[in-house]
Ligand binder design. Structure first.
Ligand SMILES: CC(=O)SCCNC(=O)CCNC(=O)[C@H](O)C(C)(C)COP(=O)(O)OP(=O)(O)OC[C@H]1O[C@@H](n2cnc3c(N)ncnc32)[C@H](O)[C@@H]1OP(=O)(O)O
Ligand SMILES: CC(C)C(=O)C(=O)O
Length: 348
């Protein structure tokens, strides 16, 4: 599986390969990913807290399984139609069952962040008593802020103690990355992420954003090879058919794009004036654009990059005025257009 091989090359620790009980296709895909990269990364299968799902994971050859069941009142009442006691019993029975088959078990109290806190702690403690190896904390509908999530993870560490805490954040309010790094600050040492942040609804925490924020803003050591982030993003976008937003952080086409004259001038003098990291660090590219916000320094550089040097300041300013006039009408100013206008001006 191309994406799985790329993720292994990128340096991820764990790949959640699929939901084997979901369909034969998912079952086969999970098996194939396990065969492809199981010797390089931990390959996990998702399973509801029921024996059939766990058994399908075992049948797929997995040695790690991610067992989940909801612990929020709304999910227990309307989805599971189970009492708190029934959920706790289901957690214990199924985590124990998975452990009895020698599996590494990651347990998720689904909708944890909307669960009544004491019950959530009891559910987590129950999973640990049943042998769970890791506890993943899903903000299933993305209702946390970095502040509330930090507090919740901090409290959970008093229950999980030396067990690894994982965080799984959704982006419904655009806070998935911020919440993920807050979870790490509070003690989480595994983060669920997806390439380009793809996922249900508004998606999940973006791998590239979480990795670079942890490294550059918080000074954490992360195994990921950041210079492969852009190519990984492109691969997943192409194979999934889900485009990467133009302004997407880290891997967007405009993530290192500069048009405003003051910015372009600063970047030409020293990229650190307007770049918190270099595009090369993540395998992306710097783009100097021309438009209604351009300045003379930017115009001179775009022309120079195409082998054109106009030493006459007057002519250069005249060209900039022409470019701004065209851009004001909505015309896209490509480097090629700037070059042809420059040559026309130089030969008048
Ligand atoms: C928050 C998340 O993202 S969780 C992961 C979501 N991923 C998926 O759903 C993967 C794709 N899903 C599927 O292929 C199907 O939903 C299956 C195969 C898992 C189940 O399909 P179906 O048997 O048709 O059930 P359906 O999806 O309609 O309903 C879910 C059933 O699972 C039960 N269930 C849901 N979550 C859990 C859980 N964590 N533990 C135990 N049972 C659960 C529900 O109560 C419901 O049970 P019911 O059929 O007895 O009423
Ligand atoms: C299964 C769990 C981790 C999940 O996907 C969610 O709650 O969002």
């Amino acid at each position: 599986m191309t994406i799985a091989r790329q993720l292994a090359k990128l340096g991820v620790d764990v790949i959640e390969a699929g939901f084997p009980a979901s369909s034969d296709g998912e079952f086969q895909a999970t098996k194939k990913i396990l065969d492809e990269v199981g010797d390089q990364v931990e390959v996990l299968g998702l399973a509801r807290a029921n024996r059939r799902d766990i058994e399908r994971g075992i049948d797929a050859g997995l040695s790690s399984i991610h067992v989940f069941i909801a612990t929020s009142e709304i999910h227990m009442k309307y989805k599971l139609k189970m009492s708190r006691e029934e959920v706790l019993n289901t957690i214990y029975e199924n985590v124990s069952y998975a452990k009895s088959h020698g599996l590494t078990v990651e347990f998720s109290p689904e909708d944890a962040t909307r669960s009544e806190e004491d019950f959530l702690m009891t559910a987590v403690r129950t999973a640990i008593d049943a042998g769970a190896d890791r506890i993943n904390v899903p903000d299933t509908v993305g209702v946390m802020t970095p502040f509330t999530f930090y507090d919740l993870i901090k409290k959970l560490t008093t229950v999980t103690k030396d067990k690894t805490i994982s965080v799984h954040c959704h982006n419904d309010f655009g806070l998935a990355t911020a919440n993920s790094i807050a979870g790490v600050a509070a003690g989480a040492r595994q983060v669920h992420v997806t390439v380009n942040g793809i996922g249900e609804r508004a998606g999940n925490a973006s791998l590239e954003e979480v990795v670079m924020a942890l490294k550059k803003l918080m000074g954490y050591e992360v195994n990921i090879k950041p210079w492969l982030l852009y190519e990984t993003s492109k691969l997943v976008s192409e194979l999934s058919g889900i485009p990467v937003p133009y302004f997407k952080a880290i891997v967007g086409e405009n993530a290192f794009g500069h048009e405003a004259g003051i910015h372009v001038h600063g970047v030409i003098e020293n990229p650190l004036t307007y770049e918190p990291m270099s595009p090369e660090e993540v395998g992306n590219f710097r783009r100097l654009a021309l438009g209604k916000h351009s300045g003379i320094h930017g115009l001179r550089r775009v022309l120079k990059d195409q082998g054109i040097e106009i030493n006459d300041e007057g002519k250069l300013k005249e060209l900039l005025r022409e470019i701004k006039k065209r851009a004001d009408t909505g015309e896209k100013i490509t480097p090629e257009l700037a070059k042809s206008l420059a040559l026309k001006l130089m030969n008048n």
